[in-house]
Design a protein around this ligand. Structure first.
Ligand code: PLP
Length: 420
């Protein structure tokens, strides 16, 4: 690790909490330079839903490279892009009764969020955007403005504007429906809140602590957006591409967002790829108004098409994700109940959070887990929630192995920590 400490900027993050040099990876197991094997429950923060170096997707990627097909072509038309759009339209969108245009943005999730907010502002002629407490949307200026965490906002070094934060579902006491509260403020001509261009929401807040919004709440938010003439934007960067059990995380609520933002697992192989799905009537862009050198990278598009062909042509993958998610949930709930339900388990599909209530417990548990062979991250406002994001393709034995490491690590932590 010395080279990294000496040469790499202080900004490095994961190499601190996961102090090892990772050399190889396959499926849900990563291998360190010194030959240790660790189970991966972080999955590139949700960018590896189909596992590391997925062999079926890899075959398509390597064949593409071998054939001298176009890898970089700005946003020129290529067979790879045509095939991706046609496959995505027929297999994912048409099956779900959805119709969208594709906008390929720069390769980061943050850039696609920027594009979504710019487009909403352009299409409505309004500036204000509604975002939610504990929301995370990326770290470029426009996206940070819609991101709630104070540390990120401060690090921007700018006064961030153009966003009003509202309480997410469950933020206040259980009896308070925060959608009602927001609806009242936005419909009131004298509430002090500017008319919004968009309402930007995650259906499950990944970085914010695996906070799950209810179906009814999401439906109310969509209805409010419609009533006030704002675009309804779902940031599905982390929870999309099957993470919650369905391709889009909003399918369970029957939503029809005006813009959907996708990135992370979209390419299926950990290659950078981000895009917006937007309703045609809001396609207010002039040519080239949001450009970027690395848009719709062809290698990533080929991988993304392969992932759709392999996993999404039948219902069975989705059913399997829901089944494995249920196994995880039951196991985590059993662990929580061993401690008198002092801890909470939340999530949908294979995105689960174990709320340790105290950051100290979550921190020590994840550190011990790594020593015992499990990569697992924390989330939530102070890092008090342990976040389970195994690959959707994980086999039962590896899943069980990782859950056992978590259970043992938590037990050891609680034995040594006095304060809880
Ligand atoms: C990761 C993430 C982003 C930002 O994506 P980057 O590729 O890191 O810029 C935005 N929104 C959500 C919900 C995310 O999980």
């Amino acid at each position: 690790m010395q080279a990294f400490e000496a040469l790499e900027s202080n900004v490095r993050f994961y190499s601190r909490s996961l102090p090892a040099v990772f050399s190889r990876a396959r499926g849900s197991v990563m291998e360190t330079e010194d030959g240790r094997e660790v189970v991966d429950f972080l999955s590139g923060a949700g960018a590896l839903n189909y596992g590391h170096n997925n062999s079926e997707i890899k075959a398509v990627v390597t064949e593409y490279l071998r054939s001298d097909a176009v890898v970089h072509g700005l946003d020129m038309a290529t067979p790879a892009k045509r095939e991706f759009m046609e496959t995505f339209s027929s297999v994912i969108l048409r099956e779900r009764g959805l119709q969208y245009r594709f906008q390929f943005t720069g390769p980061t999730g943050a850039n696609s969020v920027e594009a979504a907010l710019k487009l909403a502002r352009k299409a409505t002629g309004r500036q204000n955007v509604i975002s939610f407490t504990h929301g995370f949307h990326g770290l470029s200026l426009g996206a940070i403005a819609a991101t709630s965490k104070r540390a990120f906002r401060t690090a921007s070094g700018m006064s961030l504007s153009g966003v009003t934060f509202m309480p997410y579902d469950g933020y206040l006491e259980p009896a308070v429906d925060t959608a009602d509260y927001m609806g009242k403020l936005l419909m009131d001509e004298s509430s002090g809140i500017d008319r919004p261009a968009a309402i930007l929401v995650e259906t499950v807040q990944g970085e914010g602590g695996i906070n799950v919004a209810r179906k009814e709440w999401l439906q109310s938010i969509q209805a409010i957006a419609k009533n006030v003439g704002a675009l309804f934007i779902v940031d599905d960067i982390q929870m999309g591409c099957g993470r919650t059990g369905e391709f889009f995380s909003f399918e369970f609520a029957g939503l029809s967002p005006d813009i959907v933002v996708l990135s992370k697992s979209l390419s299926g192989y950990g290659l950078p790829l981000s895009m917006l799905l937007l309703k045609e009537r809001y396609d207010a862009w002039r040519p080239g108004e949001h450009t970027g050198t690395f848009r719709g990278n062809n290698l990533a598009l080929v991988a993304a098409t392969a992932a759709i062909n392999i996993y999404w042509r039948s219902r069975s993958f989705s059913q399997e994700v829901q089944r494995m998610g249920e196994i995880m949930r039951l196991r985590l709930e059993a662990i929580a109940s061993e401690y008198g339900n002092r801890f909470a388990v939340r999530g949908r599909g294979m995105a689960l959070g174990f709320d340790c209530q105290m950051a100290e417990i979550a921190e020590a548990t994840t550190r011990k887990a790594f020593e015992k062979g499990l990569i697992i991250e924390r989330c939530g406002p102070v890092g008090q929630v342990v976040k389970f994001l195994p690959a959707l393709t994980i086999d039962f034995e590896t899943l069980d192995r990782g859950l056992q490491v978590f259970e043992d690590s938590l037990a050891e932590t609680l034995k040594t920590l006095r304060s809880w």
